[in-house]
Design a binder for this molecule. Sequence first.
Ligand code: ADP
Ligand code: MG
Length: 401
Amino acid sequence: MYVRHLSIGDFRSYPAAELALEPGVTTLVGLNGQGKTNLVEAIGYVASLSSHRVATDQPLVRFGADRAIVRAAVVRDERESLVELEITPGRANRAKLNRSPLPRTRDVLGTLRTVLFAPEDLALIKGDPGERRRFLDDLLVQRQPRWSGVRSDYDKILKQRGALLKSAAALLGGKRGRGRRSSAAPEGVDPRAAAEDAVRTLDIWDDHLATVGGQLLYARLRLLRDLVPHLQQAYREVSANQSEATAVYRSSLHDEAAEAIAGGEVPEPDELRQMLLDTLGERRDQEIERGVNLVGPHRDDLVLGLGPMPAKGYASHGESWSFALGLRLAAYHLLRHDLGDDPVLVLDDVFAELDSGRRERLAAMIVDCEQVLITAAVPEDVPESMAGRRYSVTLGEVSGP
Ligand SMILES: Nc1ncnc2c1ncn2[C@@H]1O[C@H](COP(=O)(O)OP(=O)(O)O)[C@@H](O)[C@H]1O
Ligand SMILES: [Mg+2]
């Protein structure tokens, strides 16, 4: 698939901009701070309904404006779809597909698929587990949009259960059955009865967490199993390095289950549900004591390694960079393989970080991609063989090619 046209209004630094695109390679060139990334960020937003740079929508809206508009014409198998998004921070965003309003914004997911690689991706290697969980979950949604709903259901369960744990912690005074248990019970309510009530409600939420968490965990494990061969190949190709890239799932389940999963087993969703319930049972006292959800896919990590060593803390800057690129290229190949169609590949400010060998190898790897969008401050950093059409971006104005 490819984006044929992008149109934005009050998005980031742009009051308005139009960008006509074609299949093949397009390079956006301009000095830093001119608005190149803002354009590809808008394209990424159409595909994922989130930004690769910020966690909330507010910074996407031009400063001083109250909403942003992003429109993209997407061509797949010669059929064109028009996606229109209205980003209104603090209120529900709105989406239209082919001019018809959609009941939920997330129904637009799947129309455009992108894989975006940017300097921020170094955090996949060097950052917190949350970065790697997000990588997996975002890819899950790109692969099958229905996971977006499961993901948001899971987040809601965590919120509710977290609030319940906090109130149980207050009622039970930290340690179960000990301490200042009277303090949090409303007046006229027997604190012991209130605490027992909270525990019963907790049983119900354990069940929700285990059911939805088990599905999410299952999906991640299946995804990882499919992704790792692509990762190993992509890392080899980018780095021309001897060490092998590895990715092992570290779950917050009890030891026996966690070991099986780390060893590459993918239990069925029902089994994972039971494992979650068992682990929740084992750790309930601790959860109540701390008032925090300690068990479930939101506590898991993806341990990345190079040969026998973990990547985090050990890999050099160049190796980390290649690894992050390897993850994104693996995602690209997985989606291409799944969909029988190429997602749009976006390489934001990537070439400046690569030595000439890596640049040439990357260029060779992406020649056959249906559409590649590149941004670069220094045009010479992009190998001649793949620069494609060039636009220049100056202070929020796009011109060319
Ligand atoms: N919400 C916003 N409103 C107005 N300007 C913004 C907003 N967000 C970012 N900018 C501006 O956009 C510019 C950065 O654009 P960017 O696309 O990241 O540049 P680059 O060409 O280096 O990729 C900065 O000058 C920044 O101040
Ligand atoms: Mg940039």
